[in-house]
Structure formats: structure tokens, C-alpha cells
Design a protein. Structure first.
Ligand code: GDP
Ligand code: MG
Length: 602
């Protein structure tokens, strides 16, 4: 394809502003799909994506478009993941494009996610075409939204396209704007091959499918290629594109986006952002911007039924075939038995994997408190030199006497919130050790920038933010590095024995409140036994909070006040059923629900 006939673009939008609907509409208008095939949203292909309305994996579609100038164009639409957890993938997808459609809901206006994505897009020197979507809604205020785009984002919005993806309004205008305003790619077809690995996934028929953007040179079937970061060589056995149905191509030149397969078995061999070159005639230097993705949030996953351990291992292994960004290794816990320590890109990523294990693999799981990665500076001991280690599991915390300093990861968060909820929101950020960096008003909304420790955010920050603002606040963040923190390991002891699954790293200032809260919770959650049970929170050997669960009388049915026999029987059955789901700890039976409930800090 001649370079001047190619346009590569992505769509950036806040969740629910209509990205997927518009993508489908563009595919339909350019003939990629029939009306019947359109019935299911094409670009969101996983159940969880559909339900949550977010895109987890990037997809791309090649559209053939005959423009009003009479010429035929190839438009590559790159869909990007829609969540902060996948920011690096987003950055690689954006790097594969020359422009972007900025879709803003005509009734909702500019939101935090829109901003974060648009700034990234600007960083990639994209030509940005604003599209004001949902103009069919009675609540649509396109002029107000135009003004927001200019004031908040600083982009000219005079020539924004007014559209309704749902009603099919403005679609031709959008296609024409893509051709006219987004620059054609550059590149030399005769140069040594240089292509970016944008994404990869496992397909049961094709093996690992690799989405690429050719920057220089040409890639063709039968070619020996080299992955420069991974330092591996493969033989290309397919070159093709998605329309969205698969179509094989003989070769791809500069500016083109499509896929290759090369008999690769696992996605872990294909790092997003890697540079693909010709093995025999390699390019001089790899593309800039490569980053190895590292999990940032860790937790333990344990099967409720110990017999499911092998099934859990197999399921994790299968999920990892398609997602190299999460990690797992076996661990054992006195409270929960055998399970796995898993690492994720963020909480949403954790939830997605957990949900898929539950839903697709039918596993009943317990998740331990999510933890971020701490850096411990250890002083030298008799046997070891001073060193810095990464701590992924509070249970592995070394003797505090050996720790010189603990560092924790910090984030910068951007929050948009309507005025009326601002006060409670500031309090939430303050309670979480936040440092306010900026506060500005835009329309009836406040835009706040805060620096926050990641460990204060991973538990329930997002839920709290949503409930405080009745869903109106939006939140976006990125990591800004490690800082020293006054952090301690808090252990929870039931009947004098530490319950490792409940131990967590907390800020010293918050430890007592957290500990008290946890003990109160557990007091309500752990059923009474025949003896008194102390529930304690402790730092080192020092108890900082304590509750006591009173002993109970022997006859559980006593509280039925005699009489009703069926009720008595039901109660006993229920108790029996409950037993199955309990773990014994220091002679105390703790129901699984108690672990989960205790970990949901309120
Ligand atoms: P995404 O999260 O940005 O991919 O948003 P979707 O494309 O999934 O759309 C979110 C919701 O908005 C869906 O219920 C769509 O049917 C609806 N929607 C999308 N475009 C329009 C539009 O132009 N007008 C109206 N009224 N609704 C729309
Ligand atoms: Mg979508």
C-alpha cells in the first residue's frame, strides 16, 4: 500500500462515551461487516469486557475507504485498552498511530480518563480529531462540550465532528476528517525491517498472534525475523490483517498495521514494545520506549476446597498463556493452606483474573489482602551484606531489627469531582496520606491532583471515591516512584496465633485504627466457641488492639426458644454446611467469609 494512502488512528474516550459503538459503526460503513454481524459489538470480545464496558486487549481493524476525492484509502483503527492498569499497552498502541479520534459524550463532557489518554496522545505527536458523540441525546450540549475541549484540554474544537455513533450521524464526516487531517505514515520500504510488537495473544488455531506496526522495510511470509529485546529468531508463517475477519496478505510495508504468526507457543515470549527486525539484515537500533512490564499489586489466591489446588494451578497456567503480565508462584499459608502468590498490573487486572478463574474455571477462591511491592533496605547481618530487597508478601517480612528503611511506591492521581462532593473527597485523600498538588475548577467540577501512597489506594480507594461522589467522580493515576515510609507489619492473632493471611503492611500512624477496626470486624465475623477467644492486632510483639469473643453455651439451638422443630433442624444443617467452609486456627474455626469480609476495609 502506498504510504500516502494509509491512515493509522486510535480512538480515545472515557468509559461509556461510545468508543466501541463508533468503532463498530466505522467498520459497518466501510463494508467490513454485514448488518447481521454487527448485532454483537465486535471490538469487545470477552464477556468481562462486555459487562464492564472496558477493553482489556487491544484490537485493530483494517478498513477500506473510498474518500470523496475518489481515491482508495486503508484506514487502520487501533483499539486501545481502556484502563489505567494497562497504561503501557496503551502507550505502545498510541505509538503505532499518527492520530486519534477524541470521542467525548455530548451530555457528560470531558472526564478524567479522557484527559489522561489525550495527554498521552499529544505526547505521541498525534493529530487529534475531536468527535462529540451522542448528539441524539436530549441532554446533549455540544457547544458546552466544545468549550470544555478547548478550556480543559486546550485543543481547538471549532471543527469537532458532531456525531451519534448509535444513530449513525456524522460517520461520513468522521471518515473524511481521518483522511484529510491525520497525517500519512512515513518510512522506507527498502530499509532493513523495523516493526513494533504492539500486542500479542494466544489463539487456539493460530498459536500466538502478534500485532505489529511496520516502521521501516517489509515483512513477508517465510522471512527469518529477530525479536531484538528477547533476542530470539523466528520464521514468519503468516502475514495478515483483520477486517475484522482474518485476511492473509503476502507482505506488509512501512506504515502498515497487521498481524504475523511465527509458530510461537507462549505470549510470554513476545514482549509488548519489542522491535522486530530481519534476522539476516538487522536494523541498527531498536525502537525507543521499550519497557518490561512488572506486576505492581500482589495477593495470595487460595482454593476454598484444598482439593482444587491442582486445578487452580492449571487454570492459572492457561490464563498466563494469554496474559504474560501477571505472575504466580506456589505459596503456603498456615491459615489458608496451599495456594499461589500472584502479581498483577493493578487492582482491576487482579479482579479480571479472579473473575475469570471463578467464572470460566469454576473455582471457589479466597484472596488475601492485596499488597504493593515494598523496597526494604537491610543492614548487614553476620552472614549477609547490606542490601535492598523487594517484598511482595507481608508474611515474608524479615526481622524489623535488620531493616534500615522501607520504601513504598507512590502515585499521582487526577480526580474530577462535582463541587458538592469536593469536601468529602479531599478528606478521603487526606486520610490516605495524600499530598495535594493542585486544585482547579472547570465548569461545576473540581480537578484535583494528589500524590498518594499506592498502598492506601489498592484496598478500597476507588470504591470509596465512587460511593462518596455517588459515582460522579472519576479517577486516574500513574506511578511516580518510591519514597521512604514509616511502615510496619501488623499481625492479627486469633486465640494467640498469628493468622498469616491477614497480616499487612501499614503506615505506623494508621496502624492502631486499622488494627482496632480489623479486630472489631473479626469479633463479629468469627462465630462463638465454647471458650473465650482473644482477637489481637500486634506490631512486633506489641499488642495495639484487642477484642474478645465471648464463650457460647453448648446448645446452639437454645436461641430458638424451643418449640419449632423444623427451624431447629434447619439451624443445625446450616451450621454443618458452614463447617465445610471453615479453617481451623489456633483451635478456632474461622469461616472463609470472615477472611474476605475482614479484608474489605471500610
Ligand atoms: P465505550 O465504553 O466508550 O466503548 O462505550 P460504548 O460504545 O460501549 O457505549 C456506551 C453506551 O453508550 C452504550 O450503551 C451505547 O449504546 C451508548 N451509545 C454509544 N454511542 C451513542 C450515541 O451516539 N447515542 C446514544 N444515545 N447512545 C450511545
Ligand atoms: Mg468499549
Amino acid at each position: 500500500v502506498p504510504l500516502d494512502r494509509i491512515r493509522n488512528f486510535s480512538i480515545i474516550a472515557h468509559i461509556d462515551h461510545g468508543k466501541s459503538t463508533l468503532a463498530d459503526r466505522l467498520i459497518q460503513r466501510t463494508g467490513g461487516l454485514t448488518d447481521r454481524e454487527m448485532s454483537a459489538q465486535v471490538l469487545d470480545n470477552m464477556d468481562i469486557e462486555k459487562e464492564r464496558g472496558i477493553t482489556i486487549k487491544a484490537q485493530t481493524v483494517r478498513l477500506d475507504y473510498k474518500a470523496k476525492d475518489g481515491k482508495d484509502y486503508v484506514l487502520n483503527l487501533m483499539d486501545t485498552p481502556g484502563h489505567v492498569d494497562f497504561a503501557y499497552e496503551v502507550s505502545r498502541s498510541l505509538a503505532a498511530c499518527e492520530g486519534a479520534l477524541l470521542v467525548v459524550d455530548a451530555a457528560q463532557g470531558v472526564e478524567a480518563q479522557t484527559l489522561a489518554n489525550v495527554y498521552q496522545s499529544i505526547e505521541h505527536d498525534h493529530e487529534i480529531v475531536p468527535v462529540i458523540n451522542k448528539i441524539d441525546l436530549p441532554a446533549a450540549e455540544p457547544d458546552k462540550v466544545k468549550a470544555e475541549i478547548e478550556d480543559i484540554i486546550g485543543l481547538p474544537a471549532d471543527d469537532a465532528v458532531l456525531a451519534s455513533a448509535k444513530a449513525g450521524i456524522g460517520i461520513d464526516e468522521i471518515l473524511e476528517a481521518i483522511v484529510a487531517r491525520i497525517p500519512a505514515p512515513k518510512g522506507d520500504p527498502a530499509a532493513p525491517l523495523k516493526a513494533m510488537l504492539v500486542d500479542s495473544w494466544y489463539d487456539p488455531y493460530l498459536g500466538v498472534v502478534i500485532l505489529i506496526r511496520v516502521v521501516e522495510g517489509t515483512i513477508r511470509k517465510g522471512q527469518q525475523i529477530k525479536f531484538m529485546q528477547a533476542d530470539t529468531v523466528h520464521l514468519v508463517d503468516r502475514v495478515g490483517c483483520f477486517r475484522p475477519k482474518i485476511e492473509q496478505l503476502g507482505e506488509m510495508g512501512p506504515g502498515e498495521i497487521g498481524f504475523i504468526t511465527a509458530q510461537i507457543k507462549e505470549v510470554s515470549q513476545t514482549a509488548v514494545g519489542d522491535t522486530i527486525t530481519d534476522a539476516k539484515k538487522p536494523t541498527a537500533a531498536p525502537l525507543p520506549g521499550f519497557k518490561e512490564v512488572q506486576p505492581v499489586v500482589f495477593c495470595g489466591l487460595f482454593p476454598v476446597d484444598a482439593a482444587d489446588f491442582e486445578k487452580l494451578r492449571e487454570s492459572l497456567y492457561k490464563l498466563r498463556l494469554n496474559d504474560a503480565s501477571f505472575s504466580f508462584e506456589a505459596e503456603s499459608s498456615a491459615a489458608l493452606g496451599f495456594g499461589f502468590r500472584c502479581g498483577f498490573l493493578g487492582l482491576l487486572h487482579l479482579e479480571i483474573i479472579q473473575e475469570r478463574l471463578t467464572r470460566e474455571y469454576d473455582l471457589d477462591l479466597i484472596t488475601t489482602a492485596p499488597s504493593v511491592v515494598y523496597r526494604l533496605h537491610l543492614s548487614h547481618s553476620k552472614t549477609e551484606d547490606a542490601k535492598v530487597i523487594e517484598l511482595h508478601n507481608p508474611a515474608d517480612m524479615p526481622d524489623p531489627n535488620r531493616i534500615d528503611m522501607i520504601e513504598e511506591p507512590w502515585i499521582e492521581a487526577t480526580i474530577y469531582v462535582p463541587d458538592e462532593y469536593l469536601g468529602s473527597l479531599l478528606k478521603l485523600c487526606q486520610d490516605r496520606r495524600g499530598i495535594q498538588k493542585n486544585l482547579t475548577y472547570v465548569g461545576g467540577r473540581a480537578q484535583i491532583t494528589y500524590e498518594l501512597p499506592l498502598n492506601e489506594v489498592v484496598f478500597d480507594f476507588y470504591d470509596r471515591l465512587k460511593s462518596i461522589s455517588r459515582g460522579y467522580a472519576s479517577f486516574d493515576y500513574h506511578q511516580i516512584g518510591y519514597r521512604e515510609g514509616d511502615l510496619v507489619k501488623m499481625s492479627i492473632m486469633v486465640n494467640g496465633e498469628p493468622v498469616d493471611a491477614l497480616s499487612m503492611i501499614v503506615h505506623r500512624g494508621a496502624a492502631e485504627a486499622r488494627g482496632r477496626h480489623m479486630c472489631e470486624r473479626l469479633k463479629d465475623l468469627i462465630p462463638r466457641h465454647l471458650f473465650k477467644i482473644p482477637v489481637q492486632a500486634a506490631i512486633g510483639g506489641k499488642v495495639i488492639a484487642r477484642e474478645t469473643i465471648a464463650a457460647m453455651r453448648k446448645d446452639v439451638t437454645a436461641k430458638c426458644y424451643g418449640g419449632d422443630a423444623t427451624r431447629k433442624r434447619k439451624l443445625l444443617e446450616k451450621q454443618k454446611e458452614g463447617k465445610k467452609r471453615m479453617r481451623e486456627y489456633g483451635n478456632v474455626n474461622i469461616p472463609q467469609e470472615a477472611f474476605i469480609a475482614a479484608l474489605r476495609m471500610g
